[in-house]
Each structure stands twice: as C-alpha cells, then as structure tokens.
Write a protein that binds this ligand. Structure first.
Ligand SMILES: Nc1ncnc2c1ncn2[C@@H]1O[C@H](COP(=O)(O)OP(=O)(O)OP(=O)(O)O)[C@@H](O)[C@H]1O
Length: 525
C-alpha cells in the first residue's frame, strides 16, 4: 500500500498583525503520497509560499495555523509538543528550502562554517527524547547480550531483569516508563537493591507506579512466577524473553545510521568526558562494581544526561564535515564550495548549496519554493536535473515544488495543484492540468503559457488574464475568481463553490460550472 506522507485538511492560515488578519490560505485540503512530486502553481499572491511555510512547520512570526490539520507522517505538526516537532519532524521528515533561500547564506561566513552550524544544530536535535530512550534501552540489552565478554554475573542480570519484568507489568508505556525509572535510579532517587522510595524526590507519577508495584508484590501468583523465573532460568533465556517482550512492544525503531553515529561519538568523546562523573553513581547504585561493565555506555544515554550536553560535543568538526562532503559530492557539488564565501558562488551553486543543506538528512518530504526563478534557463535545467536525481537516488521521497511557471513544473511533477486567492481551485495529474484543465482560472493560466515554433513564431495566440489577483485583506464574495472569470454566473458572485469532480474522484475543481444540481439551486433561489 502506498504510504501517505502529508495530509492537509481544511487548513486555514492567516497573518495576524497591526494590519488585522489576512487569510492567505483558506480551507485547503490535499494529500501527498510517498513518491509523488506535486507542483503548486498560481499567480503571485495566490498563497503558494504561505501554504509551503505552514506545511514546513516553520511559519514566519506573523503567520499562524488558524484551523485545520497538517499531518506529516502521522505527526499533527501544530498540536504535537514543540520538542518532538523539532527533533523528530523538522530535521528528519521535512526538508524546506524557502523562497529566495539562496540569499540566506551568511555573507560573512564561508559556506563551511554555515553548514557546520546547521549540521551540528540538527545533530543535537536528532537526539530527541524518544530516540534517547529507545537507544538507552537497546544498549542495556546489548550489554546483557555481551555479558560473557564483559564478564558480568548472571545473578546481577537476574536482579536487573526482575526489576524490569515487574515494572513492565505496571507501566502504561513500559519502554518509556522503564527508562524514566532507571533514570531516577541514576539520579539516586531510588535505591536499586532495596527499592526504597525517597518520596520527596520522586515525581508523583513515578510514586504512583511504585505504589502499584507494591500492590503487585502482594499478588502471589505473579510473585511466585517471578521467583521461579529468576531461580530456574539462566541469563540467556531471560535475555531472550526480555527481547521478545520488547519486540512485542514494537517500539524499537532505531535507524542503524543513527545508532552508528551515536556509538561513534559517544564511545570516543562523551564517555571520556562523563566517565568520572558517572562511574561513582553507577557503583553506588549497583553496589557491585562489576555491573558497571554491563555496558560502560548505558548510564550516559539516559535522557537527562545527554540533553545536558552542548550539541558541539557530539561530533568533531572533521566528522561533520566529512559527512557534508559526501553529501555534496552526491549532489554533484564540488566540495571546494565549502571554502568559498557566498558572494564567490554563482546563483546556481548557491541554490545547489541550499538544496544540499535542506536534504542533509534525507527528508521524506522536500518543500522547495521557487528554486529556479532567479536563474538563467540553462542553470534552471541543471537544477531541475538535480531534483530528479534527488528522487532517483532516494535522497528524498516526495516533493512539493512551488512555482508560478507551469512549464517548469511540467518537467518534474506528477501532479499539479492550482491556487487562486489562497484556495485550491483545481488539483489533477500534470497532463490533465495541461491538456484538459477544468477551472476557468486554470484554463486562463495554461492559455498564458508561451511555446515557440522552430521558426520563432508562437504556437498559439496567447491569452491573458484580465484584472488583478484579489486583495486578501478584503477578498471578493462568493467565488474569489468571479471578478475576472469569463464564465461568471450570478451564483458565483454570491456563494462560495464546493469542490466538484467532473473528471473523477482524483480531480477536484472548485467551480459552480460543475455542480450537477446548479439548475435546481438557481430555481430555488
Ligand atoms: N508578512 C505578511 N503579512 C501580511 N500579509 C501577508 C504577508 N505575506 C503574505 N501576505 C499575504 O498573503 C498573500 C499570499 O502571499 P504568498 O507569498 O503566500 O503568495 P505566493 O502565491 O507565494 O506569491 P509569490 O509567487 O509572489 O511568492 C499575499 O497576497 C498577501 O496578501
């Protein structure tokens, strides 16, 4: 089944300021499936950039998501926690190159400096709470798995697993809660051996869990089961049991690259720094020093410890730069650009650099806003080839490509959304939009495309769209296109049209012309 990357539903976006409210995106709905490249077209001021900014999750200060929904890979981006948005969505799923972003390179910094800053920030953001927790748990398991090499005692593992099993029975979200619980142990709030609770230090939700645990201990059946389990089962079996139970939780979604990255950086750098501080804590908690060897890394992977680290300690400049060079080369950029200042780059190189930065983490959805508009025709073509390559090489999965230039979109996009006055007036596959547009605005837009014969004459007489796009501070009543529409009817001036489907369910058109019931409605009126 094709997965859905983006779901925009009844979105209303507005600029709020001393000027009042401007609804620049109004009641917009569409979906992007995995693999789709969707063009968004329309005249200047139709709301394309506003829509892109809202979908990017990073709207400018005056712009707000007023109502409706934007779901990116299942994340409701205007309702989830800001930390999750930053750590799990913005740097992982969405890549965004805003309009004129090629001019956003800092003029006084070499590209290398700018790129390093961006990469390091993102690397720090990548360590979102959920990932840290999953990772810490995974490393605990790794430690248990390698117990023989480490020389750890079975009895120590038994103790540990007993704790886990008991706790996982009572926690709502065992992986998460268990990590929190362990974190508390490391913070000396709980004593591992006696399970003594130092009440004043333990947050109330943990206290409740502990209270439940005590009740559980009164459960004879379970208690007998656990005792038996601990007595009779060897560590490897318990380890497998634990692994199975965790597999069942389906919460181990750690990407290999991410683990590698953390392993490398943590092993080499952070551990050295933190070891003196952590060792005494571990020893205190587990009494037996040997347990420290269960995995020397695990303690430092708990959320609190890692989030306290400045991002720059996670990787050296050389490591970060090396990753960037590989990425630049993949995108056909000479790594020499890293040693140049932005003014030393051509427009095309600047744009490629910006695209390289926005795709550093292989985003699922890349949003690009008018990337080609300031470039000459041959550089435009090269840049379009780059977007094709990004997709072919699976660096990005889907794209939203914004341009007022339909021929540009035609070279790249599978589908095209036409916007007018902040609304989607038509949405269809690219060929249909070019050859069989239904909305009078789309027809006018397509009619205004210039195409030349070999002798230099134009292929057809060009039409132009009379009038001007609406002022969104005070949009026209009814259909927003009615003051300019050659097919305007009375109802268009009064009532906002719904979307109709004259060409099938994949081709919505927001125009009264396609309402089967129109005659009935007019008679009623
Ligand atoms: N910062 C702002 N404050 C108030 N209103 C704004 C602001 N930016 C844009 N708008 C309003 O939003 C409308 C849509 O602007 P937007 O930039 O999204 O259009 P667009 O289709 O991307 O145009 P272009 O192709 O010129 O970039 C504008 O007509 C304007 O009324």
């Amino acid at each position: 089944m094709v997965q859905e990357i983006l779901n925009v539903n009844k979105l209303v976006g507005c600029y709020k300021g001393s000027f009042g409210k401007v609804y620049a995106v109004n009641d917009v709905s569409f979906k992007v499936k995995s693999g789709e490249v969707i063009g968004i077209a329309g005249e200047s001021g139709s709301g394309k950039s506003t829509l892109a900014e809202l979908v990017s999750g990073m709207p400018r200060p005056l712009l707000h998501c007023d109502s409706g929904l934007i779901e990116v890979k299942g994340y409701d981006i205007y309702r989830i926690d800001q930390n999750i948005l930053r750590s799990e969505v913005l740097s992982q799923i969405i890549g965004y190159a805003p309009q004129a972003s090629m001019n956003s390179l800092n003029p006084v910094l070499k590209v290398k400096r700018f790129l390093l800053d961006v990469m390091k920030q993102r690397t720090a953001q990548q360590l979102g709470l959920g990932r840290k927790i999953r990772l810490s748990n995974m490393l605990i398991l790794e430690g248990i798995k390698n117990k023989d090499a480490i020389g750890i005692q079975d009895s120590e593992i038994h103790n540990f697993i007993e704790l886990f099993l008991r706790y996982s029975q009572i926690a709502k979200n065992p992986t998460y809660e268990f990590s929190l619980f362990l974190t508390k142990i490391f913070e000396k709030d709980l004593d591992f051996h006696s399970f003594k609770i130092m009440k004043d230090k333990v947050p109330s939700h943990i206290q409740n869990k502990m209270a439940m645990k005590i009740n559980l201990e009164e459960d004879e059946e379970l208690s007998a089961f656990l005792t038996n389990l601990i007595k009779t089962t060897n560590a490897t079996v318990i380890h497998d049991l634990l692994l199975n139970s965790i597999n069942n939780l389906k919460q181990w979604e750690i990407e290999e690259d991410f683990i590698k990255m953390l392993h490398i950086s943590i092993n080499r750098k952070i551990y050295k720094k933190l070891q003196p501080a952590i060792d005494p804590m571990l020893k205190m908690v587990f009494a037996n020093q040997d347990i420290v060897r269960i995995n020397p890394n695990w303690g430092i992977l708990f959320p609190e410890s890692i989030s306290g680290l400045p991002p720059h300690t996670l990787k050296s400049d050389e490591e970060v730069l090396q990753e960037a060079i590989i990425h630049l080369e993949k995108l056909g950029l000479d790594p020499k650009v890293l040693d140049l200042y932005p003014h030393e780059l051509s427009g095309g190189m600047k744009q490629r650099t910006v695209i390289a930065i926005s795709t550093l983490w292989n985003p699922k959805l890349l949003i690009v806003d008018e990337p080609t508009s300031a470039l000459d025709v041959s550089t435009q073509k090269k840049l379009l080839d780059l977007f094709v390559q990004l997709k072919q090489d699976k660096i990005v999965e889907s794209m939203l490509f914004i341009s007022h230039d339909i021929p540009t979109l035609r070279q790249l996009c599978t589908r095209c959304i036409i916007m007018y006055g902040g609304e989607i007036v038509e949405d269809a596959d690219m060929d249909t939009i070019i050859n069989n547009p239904k909305h009078p605005y789309s027809q006018a837009l397509i009619g205004a495309i210039v195409s030349f014969n070999p002798d230099g004459s134009t292929e057809k007489e060009l039409s132009r769209i009379e009038g001007r796009p609406p002022d969104l501070r005070d949009p026209p009543s009814g259909c927003r296109f009615h003051p300019r529409c050659p097919k305007v009817m009375d109802i268009c001036r009064e009532k906002i049209p719904n979307s109709y489907y004259p060409n099938g369910k994949d081709h919505p058109v927001k125009c009264w012309l396609y309402d089967d019931q129109l005659e009935v409605k007019l008679e009623e009126a």
